[in-house]
Design a protein around this ligand. Sequence first.
Ligand code: SF4
Length: 637
Amino acid sequence: MPYGYNGKILHVNLTDASWEVEEPGEVWYRTYVGGSSLAAYYLLKHIKAGIDPLSEDNVLVFACSVVTGAPLSGFSRYTVAAKSPLTGGFGEAEAGGYFGPELKFAGFDAIVFYGRSSKPAYLWIHDDDVEIRDAANLWGKDNWETLEGLREELGDKRIRVASIGPAGERLIPFACVQNDLEHFNGRAGMGAVMGSKNLKAVAVRGKQKLEMADPDSVKEIRHWHNERFKVHPPNVGLSKVGTSGLVKGLNQAGILPTHNFKYGEFKGVDKIDAEAYHGTIYHSSGTCYSCAVKCKRRVALEDDAYPLDPRFGGPEYEALGCLGSLLEIDNLPAIARANQICNLMGLDAISTGCVVAFAMECFEHGILNTEDTGGKALEFGDADAMLWLIEEMVNQRGIGKILSQGVKKAAAAIGRGADKYAFHIKGSELPVHDGRGKTGMALGYALSPTADHVETPHDTAFAANVTNLLPLGILEPVQPLDTDAAKARYFSLGQKAWGLNNCYGICNFCSVPIHAMTFTRLVEAIKAITGWETSLFEILRVSERSNVMARMFNNREGFGPADDRVIRRWHEPMPDGPLKGQRIDPKEFRAAVEMYYEISGWDKDGKPTPGKLTDLNLEWLIDNDDTGAGEAVSSSA
Ligand code: SF4
């Protein structure tokens, strides 16, 4: 048996309720390792270009990595990936918690789903045994009822469940997947893909022990890592107040998106920041498997209007921004209530908040009016209007049904110039970091396959000190407001460094390049777990390979250089606040994007060249322009 992983991938055909186990060899595992990388491999192999993401032709991957489940802080994440119903491109989302490690303990490194079940079903994996079971009694239930129902049915309180709520069943394209009610594969609509397959949940339970190549070294690294959390400033803050601590800092820097990305400063920030949070709704801290940071937050409030239950998770930074400042809402209990509704119903809080912000700005400009909303005013700052609209979206009523398609499609359906206020990149709504104040992050949004914020390090973190980046060859501080050659170089290197966390399934908050891990110790950890004589060179290539595979997937689907952009508002001067007048110059930004193509070995159309594909062991993707292999898995076990 290999060290750190099982060597087994489970392939499940939901159409004929069959399954089989693949056992790729060590070379394959060392090439694709897990997470977004492993998922991209299967999406490219088995999805034909141009398919409907909500059809049975889509392929859905749950992927741990070769190191998931090792007893180190942050080594707990897994990826869910498929063609995105929100963007039509590569879709992936990562979550922490306990589900990923439990899947490993149950005997598998990843699950690949094909086809569609004829009726609601769930997958039950327990110590190598696999069952596809009837989920008719769970269909229509929220995530809490689903978890409780499965615990009762399977007679085990310790099962781990990844499930969808009604939003996924109703195919809302920004529906998410959740586990344990407080960990979310939030982005890109992976919940809708599960819903389209009639797959309500995946339940796992395993008692198998993962063998480590060098358990003593793993133990030593764990001790070092956990001691460092106590003194490494970003981790000290995370342990103390979770990600709510970012709210005030981003506001002070003028990059807390406010009023549908118009401003970067929120006047009501004192009512939603970490101090307000911990003085009012905070209940307790939560964590993920084996993690000493404990950054998760639970909230509680006995209140008729905005009751909060600690079982259903507390808002993190992105939810505080998307359901708060972006809407100019400073009512913290209402924000937390909206977050809990998203969690129970299975909506991505980021897209949900962005859609509400879009609707409010359309209302402000008379593009939407009370005739469209059945009499409801949708004004910035109105917490009850936000909650009303979320319910309308979940229940697919009236204007809520139109808006629930995401801002891009909703703007097209509404017309009347609504697209002017529909802020998205590649069809995806944006997390809340204003690119005018950190242009490396803006490049990340433009060039990430999923327009996400976890695929590039925030340049503000390196404005004064690049100690953590020295092993990458970044030797001088990064200027957050510049868009020049130095920024393109920093972004290219930083993207690889940050991206490896999604390949190895490691939490950014425990890892390189900002938090307590160092590159040297990370390489040592992977070596101690797997026994591979690996290096920084090899793991950065894993990250680059993953990014290139996702790029190839998007190119196949028709995405090109015009999609590598930021939103109109970031090319306009910031109207107010600390960054008043700051904008991203479109020509400079385009030059930086084109420089990135050249650095990366991509051609002028943003396509990785045959040479680059060969360099990354991806020659099988040369000339793979229009089809995946489309190989169905059909044999039963
Ligand atoms: S730092 Fe927070 S999100 Fe990351 S693994 Fe630990 S508890 Fe989970």
